[in-house]
Design a binder for this molecule. Sequence first.
Ligand SMILES: [Zn+2]
Ligand SMILES: [Zn+2]
Length: 61
Amino acid sequence: MCTVCGQMFCPKGCPEYEMGGGIYICSYCGADIMAGEEYYSLSGEYYCSDCIYSSRRTAGE
Ligand SMILES: [Zn+2]
Ligand SMILES: [Zn+2]
């Protein structure tokens, strides 16, 4: 939690707020993974949920 604004993820008005960038970068598509966003961590690599969902398959179909 931020000690300045007291929130888990700083709003833009907070001096601790970091402009733009995400916390992680998706290893597959390069998209920023923002604070509070769902992501997947596999073998030390980070993937956004879009990439995971788009590569999801059902065997036999
Ligand atoms: Zn803050
Ligand atoms: Zn991605």
